[in-house]
Design a protein around this ligand. Structure first.
Ligand SMILES: [Fe+2]
Ligand SMILES: [Fe+2]
Length: 275
């Protein structure tokens, strides 16, 4: 039995700066949550105020995306840059999943909702560790290169809108991951980097689940508020996501995750088409 509530656990992860320390704590809290669930001795959801921005290590240096140097993907340096960018995305994903738990803890939700995001946070923690291992096997490490400064923007923009958060983070940003990961796997296959291929295949398989959790709980809330899911999704993405969605889409994996084409295709134009 633990005295710490799930929200307190989430805030503790968010306030941990070092990547490996953050993911170790995240995995320990996930393990405690599921052990308590299995024992029928449940951890309370509680309330704790998440920080506006999660703690981050001193390195990597965070730059405006326009100033992050681009490298040829075929070169070794290019592949290290891809791994570094993925590690940065995974670390942000750990924080995003714990943040949604703590930030919207005032909204009553079924316990399955918390199970899903704790599991997703645990998986993201594993993804970060796997990619860091690949960076290290290639003579680099997380913090070695500059990284994208804008990663927390979607969280800030939707800090007060629960459905907006579900629409933009799992159903737009994580769904985008499904579109681009097969191309990255190919780059590492061509280079014969089996370790990175294996890590990216784990990520690819598990991210379908995260998009599906987003879609499931978005639809649940639409039911609660008597809203049409497709219309609500279009309104929220146009309000909180900057710019149109970019094809090509991974239609097959998106469908598997509960995202039908009529959700995302209309958003490839930046404003609604009036007829
Ligand atoms: Fe991930
Ligand atoms: Fe994810």
């Amino acid at each position: 039995m633990t005295a710490q509530s799930l929200s307190e656990m989430a805030v503790e992860v968010l306030n941990t700066a070092d990547g490996r320390a953050k993911t170790a704590l995240s995995r320990a809290h996930a393990k405690a949550w599921f052990a308590a669930r299995a024992a029928g001795d449940e951890i309370s959801i509680g309330r704790a105020i998440p920080p506006d921005r999660p703690a981050r290590p001193d390195r990597p240096e965070l730059l405006d995306p326009r100033n992050v140097p681009r490298r040829r993907p075929g070169s070794e340096k290019g592949r290290i840059a891809i791994l570094h960018a993925v590690a940065h995305i995974e670390l942000n994903a750990v924080d995003l999943h714990w943040d949604i738990i703590a930030r919207f803890a005032n909204v009553p939700m079924p316990v399955g909702y918390f199970d899903d995001w704790v599991k997703a946070a645990d998986e993201e923690s594993n993804h970060f560790n796997l990619i860091c291992d690949c960076l290290e096997a290639n003579g680099s490490f997380y913090g070695d290169l500059p990284a994208h400064a804008g990663m927390w923007r979607a969280a800030e923009d939707t800090a007060e809108d629960f459905m907006g958060r579900l629409a933009v983070v799992p159903m737009v940003l994580e769904a985008r991951g499904l579109d681009v990961t097969p191309g990255m796997i190919e780059i590492f296959e061509r280079a014969g980097d089996e370790k990175s291929v294996a890590a990216m295949k784990v990520i690819y398989a598990e991210e379908v689940g995260h998009v599906a959790y987003g879609s499931k709980w978005f639809h649940f809330l639409c039911g609660r508020h008597d809203a049409d899911p497709k219309d609500a999704f279009h309104d929220l993405v146009r309000r909180y996501f900057h710019g149109p969605l970019k094809p090509p889409f991974n239609e097959e994996k998106r469908a598997e995750a509960g995202l039908p084409p009529d959700f995302y295709w209309p958003l490839t134009v930046s404003s609604p088409v009036k007829n």
